[in-house]
Design a protein around this ligand. Sequence first.
Ligand code: NDP
Length: 280
Amino acid sequence: MTDAIPTPHLTLSDGHSIPQLGLGVFLVEPDEAERIVSDALEVGYRHIDTARVYKNEEGVGRAIAKSGIPREELFITTKLWNSDQGADTTPAALDASLERLGLDYVDLYLIHWPAPKYGKHVETWQSMVELRETGKARSVGVSNFLEQHLDDIVAASDVSPVVNQIELHPALQQRALRAHQAQWGIHTESWGPLGQGKYDLAELPGFAAIAEAHGKSLQQVAIRWHLQEGLIVFPKTNRRERMVENADVFDFELSAEQMATIASADQGLRVGAHPDNTDF
Ligand code: NDP
């Protein structure tokens, strides 16, 4: 087991600490999850982002158990799926995730989507806050919430989510939503931080030249940009060599000018679903 990667940690509004860089496991096949997460832990990742709907919590849990890494050195996030939303169903959904993960608690439990189809995000949030009190979820937050959804839950409870995990990458920088949630100290987690590979980062103005100037890959520049923006980021890869590459981002710094160049690359380009237009 190598040392933990030298990621900075951020302090959440409830006082807990989160490693700013981790590994996401969306689209990691259930029978590959144990190998992939074991690789990541060996490479030095200590923060894993999974979800009930990814169907790989068991594999993530097996890798954690095998690793022998003390639980307190890990930061594990999972998410409540839409069909489990509701005051009556949320506690059991967390219990089931913990069972699959083989853990007593998760560090962070998120409402995966606002899911307008169900209309239950407010009562679900109140249930999440109660779950935090049980200690089964150290911190609670949301994902894919728009301004209105955040307003709804903050108005209905005296606890704001510690994070909102949203689609965010150089071509979709979400500055208005980030400014809105900053009023409550809500940290932003970037999903799809590499644009899910659905567009070529080299096509963004100035991006390739920045990578060349630092002798880094396009993906390393993107990850470094997230970190310097104060975002929490967990790029997904199945490949161990890319896990190493994606964590090798602490020996260079983007200049203010380079940050400005990337800021100007925002095109409002979504590669995933819009939270208002989901039927799942
Ligand atoms: P990413 O932006 O992390 O992109 C993943 C893709 O990039 C994969 O195809 C991967 O391929 C490729 N890749 C990774 N590293 C490199 C590299 N160094 N060079 C070239 N290609 C690379 O997309 P994700 O959607 O996975 O987002 C990250 C995480 O965010 C998810 O895994 C999940 O945890 C979370 N997420 C949350 C959502 C939500 O609704 N809350 C929605 C979507 C994601 P390969 O595996 O072959 O290396």
